[in-house]
Design a protein around this ligand. Structure first.
Ligand SMILES: Cc1ncc(COP(=O)(O)O)c(C=O)c1O
Length: 439
Protein backbone atom coordinates (compact mmCIF):
# COMPACT_ATOMS: atom_id res chain seq x y z
CA UNK A 1 0.00 0.00 0.00
CA UNK A 2 1.24 3.50 -0.65
CA UNK A 3 1.22 6.90 0.91
CA UNK A 4 -2.29 7.60 -0.24
CA UNK A 5 -3.25 6.31 3.19
CA UNK A 6 -1.82 9.60 4.36
CA UNK A 7 -4.39 11.28 2.14
CA UNK A 8 -6.98 9.05 3.72
CA UNK A 9 -6.03 10.40 7.15
CA UNK A 10 -6.55 13.92 5.92
CA UNK A 11 -9.86 12.95 4.40
CA UNK A 12 -10.86 11.38 7.71
CA UNK A 13 -9.99 14.53 9.62
CA UNK A 14 -12.09 16.51 7.20
CA UNK A 15 -15.01 14.10 7.52
CA UNK A 16 -14.74 14.19 11.32
CA UNK A 17 -14.78 17.98 11.36
CA UNK A 18 -17.79 18.02 9.07
CA UNK A 19 -19.71 15.51 11.17
CA UNK A 20 -18.95 16.94 14.63
CA UNK A 21 -16.63 15.75 17.37
CA UNK A 22 -16.40 12.52 19.39
CA UNK A 23 -18.54 13.69 22.30
CA UNK A 24 -21.59 14.23 20.09
CA UNK A 25 -21.15 10.65 18.86
CA UNK A 26 -20.98 9.45 22.47
CA UNK A 27 -24.16 11.29 23.29
CA UNK A 28 -25.93 9.73 20.36
CA UNK A 29 -25.07 6.16 21.40
CA UNK A 30 -27.24 4.28 23.87
CA UNK A 31 -25.45 1.72 26.11
CA UNK A 32 -25.30 -1.58 24.16
CA UNK A 33 -23.17 -4.65 23.70
CA UNK A 34 -19.50 -3.53 23.60
CA UNK A 35 -18.67 -5.17 20.28
CA UNK A 36 -21.83 -3.70 18.71
CA UNK A 37 -20.82 -0.26 19.95
CA UNK A 38 -17.31 -0.68 18.56
CA UNK A 39 -18.68 -1.75 15.18
CA UNK A 40 -21.07 1.20 15.14
CA UNK A 41 -18.18 3.50 15.92
CA UNK A 42 -16.15 2.08 13.02
CA UNK A 43 -19.16 2.39 10.75
CA UNK A 44 -19.60 6.01 11.78
CA UNK A 45 -16.61 6.84 9.58
CA UNK A 46 -17.65 7.85 6.08
CA UNK A 47 -14.47 6.55 4.44
CA UNK A 48 -15.19 3.13 5.99
CA UNK A 49 -18.77 3.38 4.73
CA UNK A 50 -17.49 4.14 1.26
CA UNK A 51 -15.01 1.24 1.37
CA UNK A 52 -17.75 -1.16 2.51
CA UNK A 53 -20.06 0.09 -0.21
CA UNK A 54 -17.45 -0.78 -2.82
CA UNK A 55 -16.64 -4.13 -1.22
CA UNK A 56 -20.33 -5.12 -1.26
CA UNK A 57 -21.09 -3.68 -4.67
CA UNK A 58 -18.14 -5.36 -6.38
CA UNK A 59 -18.24 -8.55 -4.34
CA UNK A 60 -17.91 -10.66 -7.49
CA UNK A 61 -15.08 -8.72 -9.07
CA UNK A 62 -12.79 -7.04 -6.51
CA UNK A 63 -10.87 -10.30 -5.83
CA UNK A 64 -9.61 -9.25 -2.40
CA UNK A 65 -9.49 -11.32 0.78
CA UNK A 66 -9.85 -14.52 -1.24
CA UNK A 67 -9.02 -18.07 -0.04
CA UNK A 68 -6.52 -20.05 -2.09
CA UNK A 69 -7.29 -23.78 -2.12
CA UNK A 70 -4.07 -25.07 -3.66
CA UNK A 71 -0.87 -23.91 -5.34
CA UNK A 72 2.05 -25.51 -7.16
CA UNK A 73 5.64 -24.87 -8.20
CA UNK A 74 4.60 -23.40 -11.57
CA UNK A 75 2.62 -20.60 -9.86
CA UNK A 76 -0.71 -22.23 -10.69
CA UNK A 77 -3.30 -21.92 -7.97
CA UNK A 78 -6.93 -22.67 -7.46
CA UNK A 79 -9.22 -20.08 -6.02
CA UNK A 80 -12.95 -19.44 -6.30
CA UNK A 81 -13.32 -22.80 -7.98
CA UNK A 82 -10.93 -22.26 -10.87
CA UNK A 83 -7.29 -22.71 -11.73
CA UNK A 84 -5.36 -19.54 -12.55
CA UNK A 85 -1.72 -18.57 -13.00
CA UNK A 86 -0.73 -16.41 -10.05
CA UNK A 87 0.88 -13.12 -11.11
CA UNK A 88 0.56 -11.69 -7.62
CA UNK A 89 3.21 -13.60 -5.70
CA UNK A 90 6.04 -11.86 -3.79
CA UNK A 91 8.11 -15.05 -3.95
CA UNK A 92 9.88 -13.54 -6.91
CA UNK A 93 12.56 -16.17 -7.47
CA UNK A 94 10.26 -19.13 -6.85
CA UNK A 95 12.45 -20.20 -3.91
CA UNK A 96 9.37 -21.18 -1.89
CA UNK A 97 9.58 -24.42 -3.90
CA UNK A 98 13.37 -24.80 -3.94
CA UNK A 99 14.36 -28.21 -2.47
CA UNK A 100 17.36 -26.78 -0.57
CA UNK A 101 15.32 -24.01 1.03
CA UNK A 102 12.55 -26.43 1.99
CA UNK A 103 15.09 -28.93 3.33
CA UNK A 104 16.89 -26.30 5.42
CA UNK A 105 13.58 -25.33 7.06
CA UNK A 106 12.72 -29.00 7.70
CA UNK A 107 16.19 -29.80 9.11
CA UNK A 108 16.12 -26.90 11.56
CA UNK A 109 12.80 -27.97 13.07
CA UNK A 110 13.93 -30.94 15.18
CA UNK A 111 17.06 -29.04 16.24
CA UNK A 112 15.54 -25.71 17.25
CA UNK A 113 11.80 -26.33 17.45
CA UNK A 114 9.29 -23.92 15.98
CA UNK A 115 10.20 -20.81 17.99
CA UNK A 116 12.89 -19.57 20.35
CA UNK A 117 10.23 -18.15 22.63
CA UNK A 118 11.62 -14.79 23.65
CA UNK A 119 12.43 -11.30 22.46
CA UNK A 120 15.90 -10.95 20.96
CA UNK A 121 16.63 -8.41 23.69
CA UNK A 122 17.12 -11.50 25.89
CA UNK A 123 18.43 -14.27 23.63
CA UNK A 124 18.86 -15.07 19.95
CA UNK A 125 19.52 -18.49 18.45
CA UNK A 126 22.96 -19.01 16.89
CA UNK A 127 21.23 -19.43 13.52
CA UNK A 128 20.26 -15.76 13.67
CA UNK A 129 23.86 -14.66 14.01
CA UNK A 130 24.78 -16.96 11.12
CA UNK A 131 22.01 -15.50 8.95
CA UNK A 132 23.02 -11.91 9.83
CA UNK A 133 26.66 -12.69 8.99
CA UNK A 134 25.76 -14.33 5.68
CA UNK A 135 23.53 -11.42 4.70
CA UNK A 136 26.33 -8.96 5.56
CA UNK A 137 28.87 -10.90 3.51
CA UNK A 138 26.54 -10.99 0.51
CA UNK A 139 25.93 -7.23 0.69
CA UNK A 140 29.53 -6.23 1.40
CA UNK A 141 28.74 -4.59 4.75
CA UNK A 142 30.12 -5.26 8.21
CA UNK A 143 26.82 -6.31 9.81
CA UNK A 144 23.07 -6.66 9.47
CA UNK A 145 20.29 -6.82 12.04
CA UNK A 146 17.27 -9.05 11.44
CA UNK A 147 13.68 -8.09 12.28
CA UNK A 148 10.53 -10.26 11.93
CA UNK A 149 9.17 -8.11 9.07
CA UNK A 150 9.87 -4.95 7.09
CA UNK A 151 6.90 -3.34 8.80
CA UNK A 152 8.42 -3.97 12.21
CA UNK A 153 11.87 -2.84 11.03
CA UNK A 154 10.43 0.44 9.75
CA UNK A 155 8.24 0.99 12.80
CA UNK A 156 11.16 0.40 15.16
CA UNK A 157 14.10 1.88 13.28
CA UNK A 158 12.76 5.15 11.90
CA UNK A 159 11.58 6.57 15.26
CA UNK A 160 14.86 5.23 16.70
CA UNK A 161 17.05 7.25 14.32
CA UNK A 162 14.91 10.35 13.65
CA UNK A 163 14.61 11.84 17.12
CA UNK A 164 13.54 14.99 18.91
CA UNK A 165 14.68 18.10 16.98
CA UNK A 166 15.50 15.96 13.92
CA UNK A 167 13.88 16.17 10.50
CA UNK A 168 12.44 13.09 8.82
CA UNK A 169 11.61 13.57 5.14
CA UNK A 170 9.41 10.80 3.71
CA UNK A 171 8.84 10.28 0.01
CA UNK A 172 5.09 10.66 -0.45
CA UNK A 173 4.87 7.72 -2.86
CA UNK A 174 6.79 5.37 -0.59
CA UNK A 175 5.38 2.43 1.32
CA UNK A 176 2.63 2.97 3.88
CA UNK A 177 4.80 1.60 6.71
CA UNK A 178 7.30 4.45 6.28
CA UNK A 179 4.44 6.91 6.77
CA UNK A 180 3.12 5.01 9.78
CA UNK A 181 6.63 4.93 11.28
CA UNK A 182 6.96 8.67 10.73
CA UNK A 183 3.84 9.25 12.85
CA UNK A 184 5.57 7.51 15.76
CA UNK A 185 8.72 9.58 15.16
CA UNK A 186 6.57 12.74 15.10
CA UNK A 187 4.95 11.78 18.41
CA UNK A 188 8.44 11.57 19.89
CA UNK A 189 9.42 15.03 18.67
CA UNK A 190 10.80 14.68 15.14
CA UNK A 191 9.59 17.04 12.42
CA UNK A 192 8.08 15.20 9.45
CA UNK A 193 7.96 16.55 5.91
CA UNK A 194 6.64 14.78 2.83
CA UNK A 195 8.76 14.77 -0.29
CA UNK A 196 6.50 15.38 -3.27
CA UNK A 197 7.57 15.09 -6.02
CA UNK A 198 10.38 12.72 -5.14
CA UNK A 199 13.23 14.61 -6.77
CA UNK A 200 16.57 16.05 -5.60
CA UNK A 201 15.58 19.72 -6.07
CA UNK A 202 12.49 19.38 -3.92
CA UNK A 203 14.53 17.56 -1.26
CA UNK A 204 17.18 20.27 -1.28
CA UNK A 205 14.59 22.99 -0.84
CA UNK A 206 13.07 21.17 2.18
CA UNK A 207 16.46 20.57 3.75
CA UNK A 208 17.40 24.25 3.26
CA UNK A 209 14.11 25.59 4.55
CA UNK A 210 13.65 23.56 7.73
CA UNK A 211 15.34 23.93 11.06
CA UNK A 212 16.79 20.69 12.53
CA UNK A 213 19.81 19.10 14.17
CA UNK A 214 20.00 15.96 12.00
CA UNK A 215 18.03 14.74 8.98
CA UNK A 216 16.86 11.40 7.62
CA UNK A 217 15.37 10.73 4.20
CA UNK A 218 13.06 7.69 3.98
CA UNK A 219 12.39 6.27 0.51
CA UNK A 220 11.53 3.01 -1.20
CA UNK A 221 14.15 1.32 -3.38
CA UNK A 222 11.45 -0.01 -5.73
CA UNK A 223 7.88 1.25 -5.40
CA UNK A 224 5.74 -1.70 -4.43
CA UNK A 225 2.67 -0.70 -6.41
CA UNK A 226 4.01 0.79 -9.64
CA UNK A 227 7.38 -0.99 -9.76
CA UNK A 228 9.11 2.35 -10.47
CA UNK A 229 12.41 3.40 -8.90
CA UNK A 230 13.18 6.85 -7.38
CA UNK A 231 16.45 8.70 -8.24
CA UNK A 232 18.30 7.14 -5.30
CA UNK A 233 21.82 8.31 -6.14
CA UNK A 234 20.80 11.95 -6.57
CA UNK A 235 18.63 11.90 -3.44
CA UNK A 236 21.44 10.38 -1.43
CA UNK A 237 23.88 13.03 -2.69
CA UNK A 238 21.55 15.77 -1.47
CA UNK A 239 20.90 14.26 1.96
CA UNK A 240 24.65 13.74 2.43
CA UNK A 241 25.26 17.40 1.49
CA UNK A 242 23.19 18.28 4.58
CA UNK A 243 24.91 15.77 6.84
CA UNK A 244 21.97 13.33 6.98
CA UNK A 245 21.38 9.73 5.99
CA UNK A 246 19.15 7.93 3.48
CA UNK A 247 16.97 5.12 4.83
CA UNK A 248 15.96 2.95 1.88
CA UNK A 249 13.20 0.35 2.14
CA UNK A 250 14.41 -1.97 -0.62
CA UNK A 251 11.90 -4.77 0.04
CA UNK A 252 11.13 -5.19 -3.66
CA UNK A 253 14.76 -4.85 -4.78
CA UNK A 254 16.17 -7.47 -2.37
CA UNK A 255 17.77 -10.39 -4.21
CA UNK A 256 16.35 -9.36 -7.60
CA UNK A 257 17.80 -5.93 -8.55
CA UNK A 258 21.45 -4.98 -9.07
CA UNK A 259 24.64 -7.03 -9.07
CA UNK A 260 24.09 -10.36 -7.25
CA UNK A 261 20.64 -9.05 -6.31
CA UNK A 262 22.08 -6.61 -3.76
CA UNK A 263 19.14 -4.32 -4.42
CA UNK A 264 18.16 -1.03 -6.07
CA UNK A 265 19.99 0.99 -3.42
CA UNK A 266 23.26 -0.89 -3.98
CA UNK A 267 22.83 -0.61 -7.72
CA UNK A 268 22.41 3.17 -7.48
CA UNK A 269 25.20 3.83 -4.98
CA UNK A 270 27.64 0.98 -5.67
CA UNK A 271 27.99 0.42 -1.90
CA UNK A 272 25.81 0.22 1.22
CA UNK A 273 28.46 1.69 3.52
CA UNK A 274 26.78 5.06 4.06
CA UNK A 275 23.06 4.29 3.96
CA UNK A 276 20.61 2.20 5.91
CA UNK A 277 19.18 -0.35 3.51
CA UNK A 278 16.22 -2.41 4.64
CA UNK A 279 15.86 -5.69 2.82
CA UNK A 280 13.02 -8.20 2.88
CA UNK A 281 13.37 -11.89 3.70
CA UNK A 282 9.68 -12.49 2.89
CA UNK A 283 9.70 -11.69 -0.82
CA UNK A 284 12.46 -12.99 -3.13
CA UNK A 285 13.97 -14.88 -0.15
CA UNK A 286 10.66 -16.78 0.25
CA UNK A 287 11.23 -17.02 4.02
CA UNK A 288 10.16 -14.55 6.70
CA UNK A 289 11.64 -11.35 8.07
CA UNK A 290 13.68 -8.29 7.18
CA UNK A 291 17.10 -6.83 7.91
CA UNK A 292 18.89 -3.52 8.06
CA UNK A 293 22.48 -3.06 6.91
CA UNK A 294 24.89 -1.48 9.40
CA UNK A 295 28.31 -1.90 11.03
CA UNK A 296 28.86 -3.73 14.29
CA UNK A 297 28.83 -0.62 16.46
CA UNK A 298 25.66 0.72 14.85
CA UNK A 299 24.11 -2.74 15.13
CA UNK A 300 24.50 -2.49 18.90
CA UNK A 301 22.94 1.00 18.96
CA UNK A 302 20.06 -0.01 16.69
CA UNK A 303 19.15 -2.88 18.99
CA UNK A 304 18.28 -0.61 21.88
CA UNK A 305 17.01 2.27 19.69
CA UNK A 306 14.31 0.12 18.05
CA UNK A 307 11.33 -0.61 20.25
CA UNK A 308 10.07 -3.37 17.96
CA UNK A 309 13.40 -5.18 18.31
CA UNK A 310 13.37 -4.94 22.09
CA UNK A 311 9.71 -5.56 22.74
CA UNK A 312 8.78 -7.92 19.88
CA UNK A 313 9.46 -11.55 19.04
CA UNK A 314 12.02 -12.92 16.54
CA UNK A 315 11.96 -14.75 13.20
CA UNK A 316 11.41 -18.45 14.09
CA UNK A 317 14.62 -20.54 13.78
CA UNK A 318 13.50 -22.74 10.83
CA UNK A 319 13.03 -19.61 8.72
CA UNK A 320 16.49 -18.37 9.71
CA UNK A 321 17.82 -21.68 8.39
CA UNK A 322 15.90 -20.97 5.18
CA UNK A 323 17.54 -17.51 4.97
CA UNK A 324 21.01 -19.11 5.36
CA UNK A 325 20.16 -21.56 2.56
CA UNK A 326 19.16 -18.68 0.25
CA UNK A 327 22.37 -16.77 1.09
CA UNK A 328 24.36 -19.90 0.15
CA UNK A 329 22.38 -20.23 -3.05
CA UNK A 330 23.10 -16.61 -4.02
CA UNK A 331 26.78 -17.51 -4.22
CA UNK A 332 26.16 -20.26 -6.79
CA UNK A 333 25.71 -20.11 -10.59
CA UNK A 334 22.21 -21.49 -10.01
CA UNK A 335 21.19 -18.15 -8.49
CA UNK A 336 22.55 -16.26 -11.53
CA UNK A 337 20.57 -18.58 -13.76
CA UNK A 338 17.39 -18.11 -11.68
CA UNK A 339 17.61 -14.33 -11.55
CA UNK A 340 18.51 -14.35 -15.27
CA UNK A 341 15.31 -16.31 -15.94
CA UNK A 342 13.31 -13.75 -13.97
CA UNK A 343 14.93 -10.93 -15.96
CA UNK A 344 14.16 -12.62 -19.25
CA UNK A 345 10.48 -13.22 -18.28
CA UNK A 346 10.22 -9.61 -17.15
CA UNK A 347 11.72 -8.36 -20.43
CA UNK A 348 9.30 -10.59 -22.33
CA UNK A 349 6.41 -9.03 -20.41
CA UNK A 350 7.59 -5.42 -20.79
CA UNK A 351 8.29 -5.81 -24.52
CA UNK A 352 4.88 -7.39 -25.03
CA UNK A 353 3.09 -4.68 -23.05
CA UNK A 354 4.90 -1.98 -25.02
CA UNK A 355 3.69 -3.52 -28.27
CA UNK A 356 0.11 -3.63 -26.95
CA UNK A 357 0.59 0.08 -26.17
CA UNK A 358 -0.83 0.38 -22.68
CA UNK A 359 0.13 2.99 -20.12
CA UNK A 360 2.52 1.19 -17.79
CA UNK A 361 5.29 1.56 -15.24
CA UNK A 362 7.90 -0.63 -13.55
CA UNK A 363 10.04 -3.38 -14.95
CA UNK A 364 13.29 -2.71 -13.03
CA UNK A 365 12.52 -5.33 -10.38
CA UNK A 366 9.73 -7.87 -10.74
CA UNK A 367 6.73 -5.51 -10.55
CA UNK A 368 4.96 -3.89 -13.49
CA UNK A 369 1.72 -1.93 -13.43
CA UNK A 370 -0.85 -1.01 -16.05
CA UNK A 371 -3.06 2.04 -15.60
CA UNK A 372 -6.77 1.30 -15.88
CA UNK A 373 -8.70 4.22 -14.32
CA UNK A 374 -11.55 4.40 -11.84
CA UNK A 375 -12.32 1.85 -9.15
CA UNK A 376 -15.14 0.06 -10.97
CA UNK A 377 -13.23 -0.27 -14.22
CA UNK A 378 -10.13 -1.50 -12.39
CA UNK A 379 -12.04 -4.21 -10.49
CA UNK A 380 -13.77 -5.33 -13.67
CA UNK A 381 -10.47 -5.40 -15.57
CA UNK A 382 -8.99 -7.62 -12.82
CA UNK A 383 -12.00 -9.92 -13.06
CA UNK A 384 -11.66 -10.07 -16.86
CA UNK A 385 -8.07 -11.29 -16.43
CA UNK A 386 -9.17 -13.78 -13.78
CA UNK A 387 -11.81 -15.21 -16.10
CA UNK A 388 -9.09 -15.61 -18.71
CA UNK A 389 -7.05 -17.67 -16.19
CA UNK A 390 -4.71 -15.04 -14.65
CA UNK A 391 -4.66 -13.58 -11.19
CA UNK A 392 -3.21 -10.05 -11.27
CA UNK A 393 -3.85 -7.62 -8.45
CA UNK A 394 -6.33 -4.83 -9.08
CA UNK A 395 -5.12 -1.95 -6.90
CA UNK A 396 -7.39 1.03 -6.35
CA UNK A 397 -7.66 3.97 -4.01
CA UNK A 398 -6.33 4.20 -1.30
CA UNK A 399 -3.45 1.93 -2.41
CA UNK A 400 -2.97 4.25 -5.40
CA UNK A 401 -4.26 7.80 -5.99
CA UNK A 402 -7.97 8.13 -6.67
CA UNK A 403 -8.97 7.50 -10.34
CA UNK A 404 -5.54 5.92 -10.98
CA UNK A 405 -6.46 2.26 -10.48
CA UNK A 406 -3.89 -0.19 -11.78
CA UNK A 407 -3.45 -3.83 -12.54
CA UNK A 408 -0.28 -4.90 -10.77
CA UNK A 409 1.72 -7.80 -12.17
CA UNK A 410 4.50 -9.60 -10.32
CA UNK A 411 6.62 -11.81 -12.51
CA UNK A 412 8.31 -14.79 -10.85
CA UNK A 413 11.26 -16.85 -12.05
CA UNK A 414 9.05 -19.93 -12.10
CA UNK A 415 6.55 -18.48 -14.57
CA UNK A 416 6.84 -20.19 -17.93
CA UNK A 417 7.41 -18.27 -21.19
CA UNK A 418 4.11 -19.67 -22.36
CA UNK A 419 2.28 -18.27 -19.32
CA UNK A 420 3.68 -14.78 -20.07
CA UNK A 421 2.66 -15.07 -23.75
CA UNK A 422 -0.85 -16.08 -22.76
CA UNK A 423 -1.02 -13.26 -20.20
CA UNK A 424 -0.05 -10.80 -22.94
CA UNK A 425 -2.78 -12.13 -25.23
CA UNK A 426 -5.30 -11.59 -22.46
CA UNK A 427 -4.00 -8.05 -21.90
CA UNK A 428 -4.36 -7.28 -25.62
CA UNK A 429 -8.02 -8.33 -25.45
CA UNK A 430 -8.49 -6.40 -22.20
CA UNK A 431 -7.14 -3.25 -23.82
CA UNK A 432 -9.74 -3.45 -26.61
CA UNK A 433 -12.60 -4.50 -24.36
CA UNK A 434 -11.97 -1.86 -21.68
CA UNK A 435 -10.41 0.85 -23.81
CA UNK A 436 -7.33 1.06 -21.58
CA UNK A 437 -5.29 4.29 -21.80
CA UNK A 438 -2.39 4.10 -24.28
CA UNK A 439 1.22 4.84 -23.31
C1 LIG B 1 8.29 -1.47 0.18
C2 LIG B 1 7.66 -2.34 1.22
N1 LIG B 1 7.90 -2.09 2.51
C3 LIG B 1 7.36 -2.85 3.47
C4 LIG B 1 6.52 -3.90 3.19
C5 LIG B 1 5.93 -4.74 4.31
O1 LIG B 1 6.72 -5.86 4.43
P1 LIG B 1 6.43 -6.98 5.52
O2 LIG B 1 5.34 -7.83 4.97
O3 LIG B 1 7.73 -7.71 5.66
O4 LIG B 1 6.04 -6.27 6.77
C6 LIG B 1 6.24 -4.21 1.86
C7 LIG B 1 5.34 -5.36 1.55
O5 LIG B 1 4.66 -5.46 0.62
C8 LIG B 1 6.81 -3.41 0.86
O6 LIG B 1 6.55 -3.65 -0.43
Amino acid sequence: MSSTFVQRDRLLEHVKKASGNGSSWRNRMPRQNAIRQLKDRILDDRVTQLALKFIRRYEDSHLKDVWVDSMDDQRRMTMLGREVVNFGSDSLLGLDWHPKVQQAIKDALPVWGTHNGTSRAFTSVALCEEAERKLAKWLGVEATLIFPSVTLANMGLLPGIARKNDLLVVDRTSHETLHEASKVAAAEGATIRELNPCCPDELRSILKREDYEYCVLAVDGVYSMSGGVPPLKELNDVVREFGGIMYCDDAHGTAVVGPKGRGACYEALGTLDEVLMIGSLSKAFSCLGAFVTCDLELQEFLKFCSSTFTFGGPVPPPYLAGVCAVCDLIETPEYDETVGRLRSRMDQLMTGLRSIDVKMAGGVGAVASITVGDIEKTFLAGKFMFDRGFYVQSATYPAVPIMSGILRIQVNANHSEQAIDELLNAFADLKTEYNLPAA
